[in-house]
Design a protein around this ligand. Structure first.
Ligand SMILES: C[S@@+](CC[C@H](N)C(=O)[O-])C[C@H]1O[C@@H](n2cnc3c(N)ncnc32)[C@H](O)[C@@H]1O
Length: 566
């Protein structure tokens, strides 16, 4: 969220005149304020069809490091391009009315509420989130950079520097837009183009032509509607575990860190999650860092993310597992989780992590093209447990952090913004990814089958309370369904018998099942549950399957039971 000052508002008309006098073009577009949020942006004056040029800004209005700023020379090889551009902006600001850019600088916000501007107490609100560690690191590195340049321009204070960097972070465009051959991470400030606010997935196109940046809408815009930019990638990205491109999607961690606002139900939300390997393959040894790394904040363009295995987290201490991981191209332990996307590489890595020695040995001989998609039933269950543990550690960290936040000395806008961010992160962890993976005979599946659900409701009062029984009946029901999607699984476990510890135990189990069978009065109530199919032996079979293959998972904080069939 930017805080527009009165001075900035007053300067608005000067600014517009400056833009027009210097060749900027507005095509049925005006500056305005969103009536609900009071955020300034660009609005249409009439309806605008797709493919229309909205604004055009000549390059003479751009602030770039390629202008001749001689004070930059000693720093060209030592400072980041973002810092260099920040120095140019500060230089223009210090020149006051003598600067050509004075009208532009006058409309820039006095602060940008990214976490770099948070007070100590406000930073506590980030505990347990992806940003917790990233923000501290980012601030430290900025302070270090500031110390190297603070004597320039007759002295640069930390607040001056923070302001300039925040303006660049929240408003600059990648320089490659102006010069596609530029492979550096240089950025450029483009007045007017930076007046557009962000909305995910908006179809807008920027192009550099005739020495000007042109912004073209790729969708129809209604009359007097706000015109949005999409600060994220303009092309649909393939989400691929081996490609870092999906980190360009502007999830709330990036939006908050780079631009100082958050988006409720952001469709582009993701979280970074990291698996650490240790010397043992037991579940308890899975170490999840208290907060996974985050990426450097971003401009209106994109930034890459690098990933390295630290010595500590290297699987090298388990030679055979290390071999399996490198064979499968799975040495990158950082993954990006979306609410509806679970990276296959993460699951494959967890399968390796939880492998027993026997599984490692067997798998070394058979690992082929479909690498680590499935190792075995035991392994699959252990892998899901590991995944659950990993995700639940993150969720409980988020919950703990939410409670710890002290509300004293916390600004309302920061509280609201962080709350939306935390909610988004939590939704990613509790999203459908794990549940869709467990395409199991779980309660919801069963109750989605109408004839089964109707029949069940006749015999069980509280179906939710009796989830296990529903699951047992559903297993038998599906086993006798010729087109069941789980036929392969049924074949694999056809002769499955439960090994009781003793005869006594076996007798006791049988007795309990007989009692259950009797109490349900199945055939008498409903033809679906015919006595010929719902025999005591089939009940025992279903109970065995549940005992062996079921696992508990959590949906919206409630424990549910499911079976992993393949
Ligand atoms: C490139 S500027 C956009 C124009 C800006 N609103 C202005 O008045 O100059 C980026 C800043 O606009 C604000 N912004 C952009 N999109 C927003 C959104 N969807 N919700 C809230 N604030 C937004 C944030 O303060 C962000 O740092």
């Amino acid at each position: 969220m930017t805080i527009a000052t009165d001075a900035a508002k007053e300067n608005g008309s000067n600014y517009e005149k400056w833009l027009l006098d210097n060749g900027a073009k507005f095509n049925n577009v005006v500056f305005g304020q969103d009536p609900k949020t009071a955020i300034s942006g660009l609005f249409s004056t009439c309806s605008i069809p797709s493919s229309t040029l909205l604004v055009s800004i000549p390059s003479s209005l751009f602030i770039t490091t390629s202008r001749s700023y001689s004070f930059l020379t000693p720093f060209l090889n030592s400072l980041s391009s973002r810092t260099l551009l920040s120095l140019c902006l500060l230089y223009e600001k210090k020149r006051g009315p003598d600067s050509f850019f004075h009208p532009y600088i006058g409309i820039l916000p006095k602060n940008v509420l990214t976490p770099l501007w948070f007070r100590e107490e406000e930073l506590e609100l980030l505990e347990g989130t992806n940003l917790e560690v990233g923000v501290k690191k980012r601030k430290e590195s900025l302070i270090k950079e500031w110390k190297t340049i603070r004597d320039l321009h007759d002295g640069i204070t930390w607040p001056d520097y923070l302001w300039a960097v925040s303006i660049v972070t929240s408003r600059a465009f990648p320089y490659s837009l102006v010069d596609p051959s530029d492979k550096t991470s240089a950025e450029v400030l483009i007045p007017l183009a930076d007046a557009l606010n962000h909305e995910p997935r908006r179809k807008i196109f920027w192009k550099y032509a005739n020495d000007a940046l042109e912004i073209v809408t790729e969708e129809d815009i209604g009359a007097r509607a706000q015109i949005f930019n999409n600060y994220g990638p303009k092309k649909k990205l393939l989400i691929s575990p081996s490609s870092p491109t999906h980190v360009f999607l502007l999830s709330d961690n990036k939006v908050l860190l780079g631009y100082g606002f958050t988006i409720r139900n952001n469709p582009d939300d993701w979280v970074a999650i990291k698996v650490s390997f240790s010397n043992s393959s037991t579940l308890s040894q899975i170490q999840i860092p208290s907060s996974s790394q985050t990426h450097s904040d971003d401009s209106l363009g994109t930034n890459g993310a690098s990933d390295e295995l630290s010595d500590d987290s290297s699987p090298a201490r388990i030679p055979s597992k290390e071999y399996l991981l490198s064979f499968g191209g799975l040495t990158n332990t950082r993954h990006f989780l979306f609410s509806d996307y679970l990276p296959p590489a993460l699951l494959a890595q967890l399968r390796v992590l939880v492998m027993t020695d026997t599984e490692v040995e067997l798998y070394m001989n058979v690992a082929g093209k479909r690498w680590c998609e499935f190792v075995g039933y035991r392994n699959e269950l252990a892998m899901l447990e590991a995944f659950k543990e990993l995700v639940w550690k993150k969720i409980s960290g988020l919950r703990r952090g939410a409670k710890q936040g002290k509300l004293k000395n916390v600004r309302r806008e920061v509280l609201d913004s962080v709350e939306i961010y935390r909610e988004g992160e939590s939704k990613v962890y509790t999203g459908k990814h794990a549940l869709s993976y467990i395409h199991a005979y779980e309660y919801d599946n069963a109750m989605n089958d109408k004839s089964f659900a109707n029949a069940i409701k006749k015999i069980i009062d509280d179906v939710y309370e009796e989830e296990d029984v529903v699951l047992m009946l559903y297993l038998i029901y599906e086993r006798h369904n010729a087109t069941s999607p789980w036929r392969k699984f049924f074949q694999a476990v056809d002769g499955y018998i439960m090994m009781a510890e003793s005869d006594e135990e076996e007798k006791e189990k049988r007795k309990q099942i007989e009692q259950l069978h009797h109490s349900l009065q199945l055939g008498a109530t409903c033809s679906i549950f015919s006595d010929a199919v719902y025999t005591i032996d089939n009940f025992i079979w279903a109970a065995n399957i549940i005992d062996t293959f079921s696992l508990t998972f959590y949906q919206d904080g409630t424990a549910r039971t499911g079976i992993v069939p393949t």
